[in-house]
Design a protein around this ligand. Structure first.
Ligand code: TRH
Length: 381
């Protein structure tokens, strides 16, 4: 009998918690044929990234996963064989007691945030005994080396991406209300947190010699765009033009359609965790905005990913990538956005080629679904 899995997700803010939990749940069900229940405390946030979700249903089946509303008091259910708490969300007390009362306690795993930092490998898989109950929780770290849990990239992604690029981009653009790009046009997607560097980037884009279309899913940067454009209102479907720049606001889409946007664009600005991995797997250049953290810890995360991403790159290409990423993240000492954008443009050919090579390299690292299944099955043997 294959093990049953419970994944718990507490939505704190943004879409990263539910984005990762949902991608993991779907992957475990579709790639490994596992019985997966996903417990989510905010089905409205979930519905934003997966519109088929009914926010009022207590239980529902979506993409082969049993989606359950996580309520207080918690439902009286038997624990699964494997229990994943996403990002340290505390499990309900009654569920923990039920886990402890099993003759063979479940494998209990805390899925941590992704980081390219080197300390991750040393912490991956470490146990933490419960202070009172006969249970041990294990820390599971996604990461960029074989000593970590790997990345959430499904095995079929490269083939789907390449098939899309070879035949489906024109209908995709038309669905968004756009013609396919002109030969000298650059298409950029922009998914970002509020960012003091945004006006300087928009100025640089407006001053481009060639047309640049920027596609912005509805979200946290809209107030800044309104201020820069001096437009009182901006909604999905709206288009604004300033110099060479055409800005188009997109409705927030489901996770799979967002992947297609990343595949279709020449450059993707992404943020947080999941969109960053998906943009890398898109085999196109990216600019990453790390989730801002207290004590500027996100700058260490940024440098760690940059160090891996730019390893072995031609010096000028690495500099152009690093300067734009650091400037976008407000790292002190980074050149101005105007300067780093123009340097990035000059090196674009090398950056494009690297993005393809990097995506292929990611395919040689471990896949999170596989490493997690191996890890959990070892614990319940
Ligand atoms: O939304 P985020 O900023 O999430 C963040 C980070 O994960 C951060 O590390 C975490 O600490 C914080 O949340 C709580 O960025 P992220 O991780 O890229 O998640 C966005 C999800 O939304 C991702 O799964 C892709 C999805 N998405 C869509 O489904 N449709 C869209 O149109 C867009 C723009 C995104």
């Amino acid at each position: 009998m294959r093990a049953s899995w419970d994944i718990f997700c507490n939505v704190i803010d943004n879409y990263g918690d539910i984005g990762v939990a949902w991608r993991l749940a779907r992957g475990l069900a579709s790639e490994h044929g596992l019985a997966v229940r996903l417990w989510v405390d905010d089905l409205h946030a979930f519905q934003r990234i997966w519109p088929a979700v009914d926010p009022d249903a207590e239980t529902q089946r979506c993409a082969g996963v049993d989606v359950c509303a996580w309520r207080t008091p918690f439902a009286d259910v038997a624990p699964a064989h494997v229990v994943i708490e996403a990002f340290g969300c505390a499990l309900p007390d009654s569920y923990l007691e039920a886990m402890a009362s099993q003759s063979l306690p479940p494998a209990w795993i805390n899925l941590e945030y992704l980081s390219a930092e080197s300390w991750v490998a040393a912490h991956h898989g470490l146990p933490s005994p419960h202070p009172r109950l006969p249970l041990t929780k294990y820390f599971f770290f996604p990461g960029y080396t074989p000593e970590t849990g790997g990345l959430l990239i499904e095995p079929g992604l490269p083939a789907c991406r390449d098939a899309f690029r070879h035949g489906a981009t024109t209908p995709f653009w038309r669905q968004l209300g756009l013609e396919p790009p002109m030969p000298d046009e650059l298409r950029v997607s922009l998914f970002a947190y509020e960012n003091p560097a945004l006006p300087a980037l928009l100025d640089a884009w407006a001053a481009e010699a060639r047309p640049l279309t920027c596609l912005v899913p509805e979200g946290r940067v809209i107030p800044q765009l309104k201020a820069w454009l001096k437009e009182p209102d901006l909604q999905a479907g709206d288009v604004a033009e300033r110099g060479a720049l055409r800005l188009r606001i997109l409705p927030f889409s489901d996770q799979d359609a967002y992947d297609r946007l990343l595949w279709a664009c020449d450059l993707n600005f992404v943020r947080g965790e999941d969109s960053c991995v998906r943009a890398q797997a898109a085999a196109r250049p990216l600019v990453w905005q790390a989730y801002p953290q207290a004590g500027r810890a996100h700058w260490d995360k940024l440098d760690a990913l940059l160090a891996r991403y730019a390893d072995g790159l031609d010096r000028d290409v690495a500099q152009a990538v690093g300067d734009l990423w650091r400037g976008w993240n407000g790292v002190p000492g980074a050149p101005t956005l105007a300067h780093s954008w123009s340097a990035w443009r000059c090196r674009q050919g090398g950056i494009d080629a690297h993005a393809r090579a990097w995506a292929a390299h990611l395919g040689t690292l471990g896949r999170l679904t596989d490493t997690l299944v191996d890890f959990a099955e070892n614990k319940i043997k």
